[in-house]
Write a protein that binds this ligand. Structure first.
Ligand SMILES: NC(=O)c1ccc[n+]([C@@H]2O[C@H](COP(=O)([O-])OP(=O)(O)OC[C@H]3O[C@@H](n4cnc5c(N)ncnc54)[C@H](O)[C@@H]3O)[C@@H](O)[C@H]2O)c1
Length: 251
């Protein structure tokens, strides 16, 4: 029960990695706010946590919208009294189609940044005052190994996650005095229940060649690090990005 009575807001937790984090954090005693733009998925994920014996609510949230992130924070405080942990997991990711950089429409570039990068910023902006007031907080951003590998054909995604990595370092320097740590997790390829175009059989073959640990990653492989970063055990660590990448050759 390393997160006993902590309140954790997890964005984009209606499916995939975020959904697994929600269940795992609840099993460690946290009360969960699932903040996903997909209301149906968010509600179902919250119900799944409750069915497992945990406490969770879903708050429909578009992280790219400032008012929506403020409402998210207010709903969490209304329901659970405070916010101790924020996981910025929401992203445009599994819905992306691969294309050369010069085939990316400007609108698509902007939308990926609006959700992945601005969304991370806005959720932090909405939650930080609540954490500051109590002098305690844990912020966990989700970057990606593609920042270091520079994987081709989704340059907007790669760049948006590079910005998240850099933002993590910058924000840590501003929030340290307030007892708030800001760290990131950088996963390599992780299989979830959601099919996606960004990972082909050929892509996996290359991934496994480049990994020291020769198996495909799954969300459960990230849970230990996420709980560590969300707990008191990581209190002297901030501004760091943990690479959970099976020992990828580039990192
Ligand atoms: N799966 C991987 O291999 C992998 C690797 C590295 C990093 N990541 C990162 O991990 C995180 C989770 O990955 P995943 O595979 O579960 O992704 P996913 O695409 O399956 O899930 C993303 C979730 O974010 C939600 N979302 C999208 N736009 C939103 C918005 N505007 N506001 C709120 N919620 C929104 C979606 O509804 C969805 O529930 C993402 O940040 C992704 O970039 C994933």
């Amino acid at each position: 029960m390393r997160l006993k009575n902590k309140v954790a807001v997890i964005t984009g937790a209606g499916q995939g990695i975020g959904k697994v984090f929600a269940s795992a954090f609840a099993a460690e005693g946290a009360r969960i706010v699932i903040a996903d733009v997909n209301s149906g998925a968010g509600e179902a994920a919250a119900k799944a946590v409750r069915d497992e014996g945990g406490e969770a609510i879903a708050v429909t949230t578009d992280v790219s919208d400032e008012r929506s992130t403020r409402d998210m924070a207010a709903a969490a405080v209304d329901h659970f009294g405070t916010i101790d942990i924020l996981v910025n997991n929401a992203a445009i990711f599994s819905t992306l189609s691969m294309k050369p950089f010069d085939a990316i429409p400007v609108e698509e570039w902007d939308r990926v940044f609006a959700v992945n990068t601005r969304g991370t910023f806005l959720a932090c902006k909405a939650v930080a005052p609540i954490m500051r007031e109590r002098g305690y907080g844990r912020i966990i951003n989700i970057s990606s190994s593609v920042v270091v590998t520079g994987r081709p054909n989704y340059a907007h995604y790669v760049a948006s996650k590079g910005a998240v990595w850099a933002f993590t370092h910058a924000l840590a320097t501003e929030l340290g005095e307030d007892g708030i740590t800001v760290n990131a997790i950088s996963p390599h390829g992780i299989i979830t229940e959601i099919p996606r175009e960004t990972i082909s059989d050929e892509g996996w073959r290359r991934n496994l060649e480049e990994q020291a640990i020769k198996r495909k990653g799954e969300p459960a492989d990230l849970v230990g690090a996420a709980i560590y970063l969300a707990s008191d055990e990581s209190r002297y660590m901030t501004g760091q990005t943990l690479s959970l990448d099976a020992g990828l050759r580039f990192t």
